[in-house]
Design a protein around this ligand. Structure first.
Ligand SMILES: *[C@@H]1O[C@H](CO)[C@@H](O)[C@H](O)[C@H]1NC(C)=O
Ligand SMILES: *[C@@H]1O[C@H](CO)[C@@H](O)[C@H](O)[C@H]1NC(C)=O
Ligand SMILES: *[C@@H]1O[C@H](CO)[C@@H](O)[C@H](O)[C@H]1NC(C)=O
Length: 691
């Protein structure tokens, strides 16, 4: 989003990089300062994804200044010193009521934790087209789907505002930056894309049940381009759950997309024009999918609500939305542009307390309540650790996984209706998952970041019932290092999440919590899953219940290792739960806590996900189509089972396993790379590419 700011002063561009839509300056004063003082001589046009640069430096070994892609930056920071037992009591009692406290949240959807994918990178993250879909992405989504039923993903961002759906692109691509027709060389070239993109989303949904948010281009409100609404609805049907109207309109003036005095009243007027245009369009069946106002923190939400936005457009609004990053790394990312430096080492500890999350939600407490009073939900439509790509050493380490769990559960507790964590390109540090650079895709796999682990934990904490009510338990006398949440399901306490932000390899800062439930007999035992790493600075190899997605370039999207669930024996009065420093524990209370135990889902045993065993390659050699049954057999399913696997069903089957298993022996796939494709009949087939 800062791209436009840079463009203002651009006359000649020596280098072109894409800032992506993930670049958010959180502070208006900073934004305006930069805007006003931008030196023309230093300006650069910033619009290509680094990942598209064919000349990619490799990560260097430690000790040498790293100049490669941010997504693989080896930088680590020093973990904050343990505050010690006087600041953080390590043993405490935690009493949690069995019936739902009045202060608990509304029933939350299991899909609360979703993702926001920048529109310009979907051809890297999701697939080349509807026939070549990224299999690791499918696996990552299948892991979540298995836990919560469906995943919600927004495709959009700043590029959506100037994107145009075209019938074909000359070279057969699905998505391209329209450099040829970019009349003004200082403008970010608009995206052009074909309906193939929508078919790709549809094909992904038919495999892993994703529900999509899209965005209507908002750059030209006198000449609306509504094709994405028309075709999006026609192609995606119920898999399309929202259409964003405007992305960060409070930054339009700063980005020179609107006059300097552009206000929330002007936004209201343009939204009214959009509603009228959609209403007049015979090809748009559903008029109730709009999402707004999606502001950053330049305008306050209250300023928008005070225009009468919600009442005026209520029948058209599916959700209300805001976007927010807690801080930014603009100074490091764009040296020489007078951004205020946020020193990474000094910033790191600010992510490692509960206050990070409570501060972030504090300016939305009015708004979540207001939304509910109007029969709407407020969604955090785009967020992550820090704008301008996040911080190497903060956004990509274990501390961010703990932060993500605390922040998402905090948002759930204060009645946000969902939170979408942003995915940018290769040049950001905060991605939940990153495909390898295109020119390395034949030998590197995906990189799974800490925020993906947060998604897994929150998915299991909320579960699939869409009935989970969340409360910040203010544990340990509201100690900032040891937050805890209770989760009630169908009226009874179902699970408890305990977090320990302290990083202390000696074990001296491990927590010993005496968990008790007043006025009910304690279960004889509870089961616990741990989110663990050696320190908050650890990069890669995070463990969730002993399973991991490895380090950089290590993952095909399936968890590795055998799932480990701890069984803790309780006394008549309490259950002793240990939480390592650092770490998080998800405690599953026995179904005996509920009077109607049948309504409680089995808290631990879960069905193994359907896996898509392979890697997509973009360089194709000797492609050969094979019988899907053969592939299916090698995948550990029988061919028959595989072809019977109901691709359109919401369940991958009913067989219980001991955990989330890695079905496929890794070695079986070292010499072949599969390419998932779909036949016209939408039947599943695979092509094998021999390397
Ligand atoms: C999909 O992308 C692949 C790889 O770029 C290409 O070979 C194939 O022709 C494309 N298919 C369609 C239908 O465009
Ligand atoms: C909006 O974007 C489209 C596509 O990039 C472009 O053709 C059009 O000129 C833009 N309109 C305005 C008012 O900027
Ligand atoms: C998958 O994509 C193809 C286009 O390549 C399209 O014809 C087909 O309808 C899509 N299938 C689904 C289920 O959306």
């Amino acid at each position: 989003m800062l791209g436009a700011i840079y463009q203002r002063g651009t006359r000649r561009s020596a280098r072109r990089h894409q800032l992506g839509l993930d670049l958010h300056c959180s502070f208006i004063c900073l934004t305006l300062f930069i805007f006003q003082t931008f030196p023309c001589s230093k300006a650069i046009t910033v619009y290509y994804q680094n990942g598209e640069n064919p000349f990619l430096p490799s990560p260097t070994s430690k000790g040498i200044a790293y100049t490669g892609l941010a997504a693989y930056d080896p930088t680590t920071l020093i973990p904050p010193s343990p505050p010690g037992p006087s600041a953080v009591p390590t043993s405490f009692a935690l009493q949690v009521a069995n019936s739902v406290p009045v202060a608990a949240s509304m029933p939350q959807s299991g899909s609360f934790f979703g993702f926001s994918i920048e529109m310009s990178v979907v051809n890297q993250v999701l697939g080349k087209n509807a026939s070549v879909i990224q299999v690791p992405f499918l696996n990552l989504m299948a892991n979540l789907k298995q836990r919560i039923g469906e995943v919600r993903i927004r495709v959009g961002g700043n590029t959506q505002d100037t994107a145009t759906l075209v019938s074909t692109i000359a070279d057969g691509q699905m998505l391209e930056k329209d450099t040829e027709n970019s009349s003004n060389p200082t403008q970010t070239p608009p995206l052009i894309y074909t309906s193939e993109l929508l078919y790709m989303l549809s094909n992904i949904s038919s495999l892993v049940g994703i529900r999509w948010f899209l965005g209507i281009p908002f750059n030209d409100s006198s000449n609306w381009r509504l094709e994405i609404a028309e075709q999006g609805q026609a192609i995606l049907g119920d898999y399309l759950i929202g259409l964003q109207g405007g992305n960060e309109p409070d930054l339009y003036a700063a980005h020179q997309h609107r006059p300097a005095n552009y206000s929330y009243y002007d936004y209201f007027g343009e939204f009214a024009s959009l509603v009228a245009a959609m209403d007049a369009n015979q090809n748009i069946i559903r008029q109730d999918l709009l999402i707004g106002p999606s502001i950053q923190n330049i305008w306050t939400p209250e300023q928008v609500w005070d225009t009468g936005f919600v009442d005026a457009f209520s029948p058209n609004l599916a959700y209300l939305s805001v976007e927010r990053y807690p801080t930014d790394n603009c100074a490091a990312k764009y040296p020489g542009f007078n951004f205020t430096l946020n020193d990474p080492q000094a910033t790191f500890p600010t992510f490692l307390t509960h206050q990070s999350s409570t501060n972030l939600v504090s300016s939305y407490l009015n708004s979540t309540a207001y939304a509910l009073s109007k029969g709407k939900q407020l969604v955090m439509f785009e967020t992550n650790t820090a704008s301008c790509g996040g911080f190497p050493g903060i956004s990509d380490v274990f501390g961010a996984a703990l932060w993500g769990v605390d922040y998402a559960l905090q948002m759930a507790a204060v009645n946000f209706g969902g939170a979408l964590f942003h995915v940018g390109g290769q040049n950001v540090s905060y991605n939940p998952f990153t495909p390898p650079p295109t020119n390395q895709s034949t030998y590197h796999q995906w990189t799974v970041g800490p925020i993906y682990y947060s998604a897994l934990v929150v998915a299991e904490a909320l579960g699939p019932t869409n009935a989970s009510q969340v409360l910040d338990l203010r544990a340990n006398n509201e100690n900032q290092f040891t937050p805890a949440y209770g989760i009630w399901e169908n009226g009874y306490l179902a699970r408890v999440v305990l977090i320990n932000f302290v990083s202390d390899g000696t074990g001296a800062s491990d927590l010993n919590v005496d968990l008790s439930i007043p006025n009910v007999a304690m279960p004889t035992q509870v089961q616990v899953k741990y989110l663990e790493a050696h320190s908050v600075s650890q990069k890669g190899d995070i463990a969730w219940a002993n399973q991991t997605f490895g380090a950089f370039f290590d993952s095909d999207g399936r968890p590795k290792g055998t799932e480990a669930i701890q069984t803790i024996t309780c006394s008549d009065y309490s259950c002793p739960i240990r939480i390592p420093a650092p770490g998080a524990a998800l405690v599953f209370l026995s179904s005996s806590m509920s009077s109607s135990s049948d309504s409680q889902p089995d808290p631990v045993s879960v069905t193994a996900p359907m896996t898509f065993s392979t890697t997509v390659v973009t360089k194709l050699h000797n492609t050969a189509t094979v019988d899907p049954g053969v592939v299916a057999t090698s995948n550990g399913h029988s061919g028959q089972q595989f072809s019977q696997e109901p691709l359109l069903s919401s369940s991958w089957g009913s067989a219980k396993s001991a955990g989330y298993k890695n079905i496929v022996p890794e070695a079986a796939f070292t010499s072949v790379v599969f390419w998932v494709s779909f036949l016209w009949s939408a039947r599943f087939a695979m092509e094998i590419i021999t390397l």
